[in-house]
Design a protein around this ligand. Structure first.
Ligand SMILES: C[S@@+](CC[C@H](N)C(=O)[O-])C[C@H]1O[C@@H](n2cnc3c(N)ncnc32)[C@H](O)[C@@H]1O
Length: 200
């Protein structure tokens, strides 16, 4: 490591935390109820906390011993397929590297159900490489990783990880069919971001 990374998570940087500032900026400022599905140790849930906002972080593994409490943040046991939230009760949903762990059709149906009309869903995930187009993106991913990891050490939060079952194209097609009208972006560092607003 030869320098310092100018990033709020420089000390706990990894390919997910890299995108937390981008996700936080994409959650509407007036979102009063935010749900982080598959929250792991709750790092993102805490980062999304704001005065006047309630952030609920759910994970089947529940809050880890490393999870520190924060005002307005509740970490609980729960799964993406059965969200403990009323219909149309959530202003924004974040789900980071979780979709490939879930029964995706059920998880995405739950997001449609709990988001209020006009609410925002942000799904960050990845896919399996398939073909030359993915290879080109993955070369970019590797170059970004090399450049950034010269300035920090990747952090392993010790949460469950799994290989993606589907390709990048399959993940995109699934999201477009289950959360129609959203925006898919392939991002550096082996990630996509799908942004969806529930129609009013
Ligand atoms: C790769 S980790 C990502 C953790 C965190 N979102 C982050 O940004 O680092 C995947 C998380 O998904 C959780 N998970 C696994 N199956 C799940 C399910 N069915 N519903 C919700 N979360 C699940 C795991 O317990 C784990 O914390």
């Amino acid at each position: 490591v030869t320098g310092t990374l100018a990033h709020p998570f420089a000390e706990r940087w990894n390919h997910n935390a890299h995108y937390y500032p981008r996700l936080a900026a994409a959650v509407p400022a007036d979102a009063g109820v935010v749900l982080d599905i598959g929250c792991g140790d709750g790092t993102l849930a805490r980062y999304l906390a704001r005065p006047g906002r309630m952030v609920l972080g759910l994970d089947p593994d529940g809050p880890s011993p490393a999870s520190t409490p924060a005002p307005g943040v509740h970490l609980a046991v729960g799964t993406a397929e059965e969200l403990p939230c009323a219909d149309s009760s959530v202003d924004a949903v974040t789900m980071v590297m979780v979709l490939h762990h879930t029964d995706a059709l059920r998880a995405l149906a739950e997001i449609r159900r709990v988001l209020r009309p006009g609410g925002t869903a942000l799904v960050l995930g990845y896919g399996r490489s398939d073909g030359p187009r993915d290879a080109a993106y993955e070369l970019r991913d590797l170059l970004w990783h090399r450049r950034l990891s010269r300035r920090t050490v990747a952090w392993e939060p010790g949460v469950a990880v799994a290989d993606p079952a589907g390709t990048w194209a399959e993940a995109r097609a699934l999201l477009r069919s289950e959360l129609p009208g959203g925006t898919y972006r392939r991002l550096p560092l082996w990630r996509y971001l799908y942004t969806w607003r529930r129609p009013r």
